[in-house]
Design a protein around this ligand. Structure first.
Ligand code: RP5
Length: 164
């Protein structure tokens, strides 16, 4: 079994601008992770192998980002019961609505937890993975609570400019 807790995979190097926001959160929380390109349509054999090995490697979650006809999260979920957290990447022509629909509309029986399009979705997918891991880790739960408290304090400290 590897020490990796969360896998971050994406359909293309062009998805990194988005998925790096998931990796930044995992780094902030000290979660052992890996990040790699595993394209569903350009590397189908590697994609299946990644999904098939995920449970035995001890992965607690796979964050999968893709754009366009974004079949990567769904195909991974088809081959593993490790939870797949799908991140729709903004596409060139349809701004990621195509990606969102591709990922969120899984037929009954094979779930993919689907997040917002783009950077916010990537960060939230990682925060969700942290929350999953925190169910069995009190120290991680405290880190997550502290993260929430900092957000609350920042929101409370907001001062608005004068109306123009
Ligand atoms: C998908 O197609 C990727 O997830 C990416 O979002 C999109 C475009 O890929 P590239 O043409 O930039 O490699 O496979």
């Amino acid at each position: 079994m590897s020490s990796i807790q969360v896998g971050v995979v994406m359909g293309s190097g062009s998805d990194w601008d988005t998925l790096q926001h998931a990796v930044a959160i995992l780094q902030e929380f000290g979660i052992a992770h890996e990040a790699k390109v595993v394209s569903a349509h350009r590397m189908p054999d590697e994609m299946f192998a990644y999904a098939e090995a995920a449970a035995a490697r001890g992965l607690a979650a796979i964050i999968a980002g893709a754009g366009g006809a974004a079949h990567l999260p769904g195909m991974l979920a088809a081959k593993t019961t490790v939870p797949v957290l799908g991140v729709p990447v903004a596409s060139r022509h349809l701004q990621g609505v195509d990606s969102l629909h591709s990922i969120v509309q899984m037929p009954k029986g094979i779930p993919v937890a689907t997040f917002a399009i783009g950077a916010a979705g990537a960060a939230n997918a990682a925060l969700f993975a942290v929350a999953m891991l925190a169910t069995g880790d009190a120290a991680l739960r405290e880190k997550l609570d502290a993260f929430r408290r900092r957000q609350t304090e920042a929101a409370r400290a907001t001062s608005l400019p004068p109306a123009s």
